[in-house]
Write a protein that binds this ligand. Sequence first.
Ligand code: PMP
Length: 414
Amino acid sequence: MRIFEQLESKVRGYVRSFPVIFESSKGATMTDETGREYIDFFAGAGTLNYGHNNQAINDALMAYLQKDGVVHGLDMATTAKKEFLTKFSETILEPRNMEYKVQFTGPTGTNSVESAIKLARMIKGRSNIVAFTNAYHGLTMGSLAITGNTFYRDEAHISRSNVSFLPFDGYMDDQFDSLAYFRKLLEDGSSGLDLPSAVIVETIQAEGGINVASVEWLRGLAQLCYEFDILLIIDDIQVGNGRSGDFFSFEEAGIKPDMVTLSKSIGAGLPLALLLIRSDLDQWKPGEHTGTFRGNNLAFVASTEALAYWDTLELSNAVRHKSDILKAELEKIAEKYPSLHADVRGRGLIYGLEVKELGLSSQISERCFENGLIIELAGADDQVIKFLPPLIIDEEKLLKGIAIVDQSIGEILE
Ligand code: PMP
């Protein structure tokens, strides 16, 4: 069913294929124009970690607008920018001993990725970038070239020169040591691998199917980068901002990347993308990498308010607690429906239920929607049902959403 049927004869909407028009949203719930409510396990693909229309964030935005705060400031200094930088520095960077410069790269995630790979090439004077199987880094030219899934790029004939793909942790069988393989390629002058300027990696591949890199693998990768003078870029656009339970997804591994891309929930629902650059590496000249919408002041206001969640460990602890619930419930579902041959994997509040039979996951997500749950799919063949609720979801709603998945699978398999 085409949702903007009449409109689309005149303009193209390219809307996501949920068969309703949404009108309002609050917390972990979205409501369509007929008044029907849906639990949201999609959270704007990780943009709404603090929930839809979070009251404190809305109040801060309202107060800012009421005092005629600068909305568009181009790249000028504004109070909203100053307050954001102060809060980000004091709440996030300083307690973690992270010395990074913050570059505002644009409104959306891919802008940060583009900045990161451009800067890496400039710093090292080498063009090759290593990315991993199933990676997703965005859909503009540079980020698309380092995205795995052919669906996004083949027909556009994206140039992939100066990009090398290596197996992500767990891509091959358990016996295969992907880091030993990488090391061998780097050491062997006949391997065909040009020494990369940077390696870019997601600690948990989200769009790629909820593939979780182990802490050991991440540490090994960081060590390899260090030994071979390669920059390590962590793409924390989807699984940063608390999704893993820590603010940054790589904290548990105790590694310090050279650059970190952040977007989605850093703007608490408003468009904002950042690149964190290890302070000693920054070498942009003024104006060398710029654009009109870099640093949206309303996003700064929203973000500054949202970062208050990180003043204490409350949110982190809550994410870990709800993560345990989610994992246990999904394992129960996998056990209850053996014919699914389901695999459960994830960390924090991002989990995947991989269903082996092609097409079944789409049927399940569609049935979930009919039953009142917004849930999306991930993986090269959309074979993974992706659980990504707002971090602030209450336990009752989390369990209700999971129960809808259980019920929907039951209905489809019966
Ligand atoms: N990197 C990762 C890990 C992502 O998940 C995404 C978006 N799904 C992007 C980059 C690109 O972000 P955007 O869609 O905002 O350009």
